[in-house]
Every structure is written in C-alpha cells, then in structure tokens.
Design a protein around this ligand. Structure first.
Ligand SMILES: [Zn+2]
Length: 226
C-alpha cells in the first residue's frame, strides 16, 4: 500500500513537472511576463498649486522648503496681495515656480460685468510682468468660475484642480496631508493656499511621502500639455 502511494505521488509530481516545463516554454516563446529592468518604471506626475498669496510669512517659509526638496510649484497670486511682497514674487520666478493670476481682489467672475473681470485680471498681469519680466499665461479663477469669452479676450488658460483638501477651512496639517496623500494620482492638481502655516507643513509632508511613492512634482502647465 505504502509503495503504491509513493509511486502515485511520484507520478503526480512528474506530471506536474512536465506541465510546468510546457508552461515555461510557452511563456518563453510568448515573451517573459517579468518586468524588464531596462525599461523605466512609468512615472507619475502631480502639481501643487497655491492660491491667494503671496503671504509675507508663510510664502517664504513654503519657498524655503520647496527649494530644499528641489520641488517646483504653481502660485496663483492675488494682485492686491503683491503690494509690499514684491521680493517674494521675484524669488518665486527666480526659483522656477509657475506664477499665475488669481485676479486683483479675488472677485467672483459671474457676479461682475465682463469689463470689470477683464480689468481685474489685466491689472494683475501688468503687475506680475513688471516684476518678473513675463506676463502670466495661466489664471486660476476664484471659486472655479470662468467663461470662454474671458479666455478668448485675455488669451489665457484657466487652471482648475481635482484634489481639494479645503485647507483654508480644516486648518489642520495632519488632516490636509492625509487628504492629499489619499486622493493623489497621476495628473492630480492639488488646490492649496499659502496663507496658512498648517498648509505649508501639510505640503512638505505630502511631498516627502509622495516622492517615496514615485511621484514627480511639476508645475501645473506641464500637466495641461499632453
Ligand atoms: Zn482664492
């Protein structure tokens, strides 16, 4: 009895080995399913965007941390907040961040006449051009309200977002950080505001975690171009 069992087991093992060999040969003919080390792992890109600045304290704090980490971000500035913070704007440009327009006085475009909206954006464009030498090409419309007519008249592209941790309301670095990391995916545009220390802390922590997961931080314009 015992000998029969051993023989049966040996037969089964032989059949198993042959099946494995056939599978291996087929797999080899079809091409290896394993990852080719010569091929780069597909990269994932993400953009951090900061609205409502510059802030005299928290924006420089943010710029320091971004510089340390070698990360570029996008800043959509409110024209009225530029006054007195001109050096911060020059620094943003020098350090390679994208500078966009967030209107002069944070207006809700649907609630004002078209001419006023045009003026709100143009005035901030002029201010930014005189400081950095470049007129912004991108606008983050406050409250996400935009119109094609405005885009055509100003020849500017709106930049919206797809991850919103409500940092201005939450005011808790850990919660903001967790929201970003949970919702981040390839192509995410994260909406933040550099007017809060909690946001600056959350951004640094999110960068450190997401870089370990293989993300590369880019400016928002790089995600708009296919
Ligand atoms: Zn805003």
């Amino acid at each position: 009895m015992r000998k029969t069992a051993v023989l049966a087991a040996a037969a089964l093992a032989a059949v198993g080995w042959f099946s494995y060999e056939i599978w291996r040969m087929e797999a080899a003919t079809a091409g290896s399913p394993e990852v080719d080390p010569a091929q780069p792992v597909s990269r994932r890109y993400i953009a951090l965007t900061f609205d409502d600045g510059p802030h005299p304290v928290y924006t420089p704090m943010l710029l320091d941390g971004l510089k340390e980490r070698g990360v570029k971000a996008s800043f959509f500035l409110v024209g009225d907040n530029i006054d007195g913070n001109e050096e911060i704007v020059r620094r943003m440009a020098e350090e390679g961040h994208l500078i966009g327009n967030h209107t002069s006085s944070h207006v809700q475009i649907s609630k004002i006449p078209m001419e006023e909206a045009v003026r709100e954006i143009q005035e901030t464009n002029e201010k930014l051009e005189s400081l950095t030498g470049n007129a912004p090409e991108y606008v983050r419309p406050p409250y996400g309200e935009w119109s094609d007519e405005l885009g055509e008249r100003l020849r500017m592209e709106p930049v919206f977002w797809n991850v919103d941790p409500l940092d201005w309301k939450v005011l808790d670095a850990e919660k903001v950080y967790r929201h970003i990391v949970k919702h981040a995916e390839d192509g995410s545009v994260i909406l933040l505001h550099d007017s809060y220390e909690t946001t600056v802390q959350a951004a640094f922590k999110a960068i450190d975690t997401l870089e370990k997961q293989g993300y590369t931080f880019v400016t928002a314009d790089e995600l708009l171009v296919d």
